[in-house]
Ligand binder design. Structure first.
Ligand SMILES: Cc1cc2nc3c(=O)[nH]c(=O)nc-3n(C[C@H](O)[C@H](O)[C@H](O)COP(=O)(O)OP(=O)(O)OC[C@H]3O[C@@H](n4cnc5c(N)ncnc54)[C@H](O)[C@@H]3O)c2cc1C
Length: 440
């Protein structure tokens, strides 16, 4: 657990590479209109996005459907885990916990990895277009995560969006933003540090509060006179509200202030002023979490749902347990992009745990389809551990379980474990180790 400076620096260099996305020259196949991977005799599953959902799907398909060819397409050169990244920001875990090689993983499990950006999807031709050429599929699984949108705050003001992304981005997708944020936290000398939360639904609901705790612990440890204002659009902290409240009050009473009902009304990133429904604040530095929506690829797929009044829901409309599109049983969207699945609780939690469960389920379902077998839907679960203290290391947790209600709607139960403890932190490490070993 002790951070290793050499590997942190290696990780930093590798994260820097993410920013530039330096695709190696591929003179023979670079033309986007040529076929990138000619078909063999096997039927093919193409998985888009090498995050938590995509890596799990690709790996599980090799064991559940060994007769199918599996191709994973991902734009980044290596896997970077968002789970545990808050701990990495303040040196609780090392870079090698988070970062893994795609090519070594693909070789190990026997599928094809292609590093390139997917630019479009043609469902009529069952074809994926990429920056390096097109790839045809028989089954398609899209696990492309989220996109962060600042348009609800800035409209078309590209200058304000650029300023916000450049200086105050949230590091909520696998990208070089994580390195920028770590450097920003290490360089912070004191003053007001503002964190906004996106309106729900958003990626990993408890993780912004965890991040606040860990940055606060860093301030205390290094005697940095910083104050963290959490501007939360929700009326109260959720999930694990009590556990977080106690952590803020007991551990960081002079550092963290949680302000509920604070939806962003106006943001001036140049003069560092934010106006919210709970008041106006000046800040010295900030993490601005824009609105979360389904990834761009889901919009390109034409899979975004519509509400009864005809507006887009911003999230994918899929079968609540099989995750295929309503009009195409061979095209799936999984992970954080998935939209509401139940009138009782709306969205599944947008977590790596859920994305992994969906990936496992889709791999089994595709295998059953390939063998022309029927498959019963499988219920999933969710489990998240959040570190709130670093001296000693202590975590809290939340668990969600799902059942099928009598009227055919999914039902959710939630169990918060609000009592911070070292044993929950150990469970977190175990959970993460198991999850990663299922993907890598
Ligand atoms: C700070 C933080 C802490 C978290 N902590 C936890 C936790 O403790 N437990 C937990 O369960 N979850 C946690 N999460 C949530 C978890 O990271 C996400 O729920 C999970 O990653 C979702 O998986 P996914 O496959 O949908 O998306 P991702 O894992 O984001 O993967 C999407 C992939 O698609 C790729 N992609 C997107 N568009 C394209 C394109 N056009 N071409 C090629 N590739 C593309 C992306 O580069 C990315 O690699 C946390 C998240 C954050 C930000």
């Amino acid at each position: 657990m002790i951070p290793n400076r050499r590997s942190l620096l290696q990780g930093a260099a590798a994260l820097g590479a993410l920013a530039a996305l330096p695709l190696p020259a591929q003179p023979t196949i670079l033309h986007p209109s040529s076929e990138l991977l000619p078909r063999g005799h096997q039927r093919r599953v193409v998985v888009l996005g090498g995050g938590w959902g995509g890596l799990t799907t690709a790996r599980d398909l090799r064991s559940t459907a060994p007769d199918l060819e599996v191709v994973l397409i991902e734009k980044n050169p290596f896997f970077w885990s968002c789970p545990l990244s808050n701990k990495w920001l303040v040196d609780v875990v090392d870079t090698q916990f988070l970062q893994h090689s795609y090519s070594a993983t693909a070789r190990r499990h026997g599928y094809t990895f292609v590093q390139t950006e997917v630019t479009d999807i043609d469902r009529d031709q069952r074809r994926v277009h990429t920056a390096r050429g097109y790839v045809d599929y028989d089954w398609l699984v899209v696990s492309a995560g989220i996109r962060v949108s600042y348009e609800p705050w800035f409209g078309n003001d590209r200058k304000a969006i650029k300023e916000t992304v450049t200086h105050f981005s949230s590091a909520y997708v696998p990208s070089a933003e994580h390195l920028d944020l770590k450097q920003k936290i290490q360089a912070f000398k004191g003053g007001t540090f503002v964190m906004t939360l996106p309106p729900p639904p958003h990626r990993c609901p408890p993780s912004p509060y965890e991040r606040a705790c860990l940055i606060a612990s860093h301030f205390q440890k290094h005697h940095i006179p910083g104050k963290i204002l959490i501007l939360d659009p929700k009326p109260r902290i959720a999930p694990i509200g009590l556990g977080y409240k106690l952590a803020f009050e007991d551990l960081y009473p002079n550092v963290i202030q949680h302000i509920p009902q604070a939806a962003v009304r106006d943001l001036d990133p140049f003069n560092k002023i934010i106006k919210t429904t709970a008041g106006d604040f000046k800040f010295d530095d900030a993490i601005f979490m824009g609105h979360h929506q389904a990834a761009d690829l889901v919009w390109k797929l034409g899979a975004i749902g519509r509400s009864p009044d005809g507006k887009t829901t911003q999230w994918a409309k899929v079968h609540p347990e099989f995750y295929h599109l309503p009009d195409d049983h061979r095209v799936f969207v999984i992970g954080d992009s998935v939209g509401a699945v139940s009138p009782q609780f709306g969205h599944y939690p947008k977590s790596g745990h859920v994305a992994q469960r969906m990936g496992q389920s889709v791999a089994r379902y595709i295998s059953a389809q390939a063998k022309e077998q029927a498959m019963k839907p499988q219920l999933i679960d969710n489990l998240c551990f959040m570190l709130v203290n670093t001296e000693p290391l202590e975590a809290i947790s939340v668990q969600f379980d799902y059942t099928m209600g009598p009227n055919g709607h999914l039902l959710q139960t939630q169990i918060d474990d609000n009592e911070r403890s070292a044993s929950l932190w150990r469970e977190d490490l175990r959970w993460y180790g198991n999850a990663i070993s299922h993907m890598i």
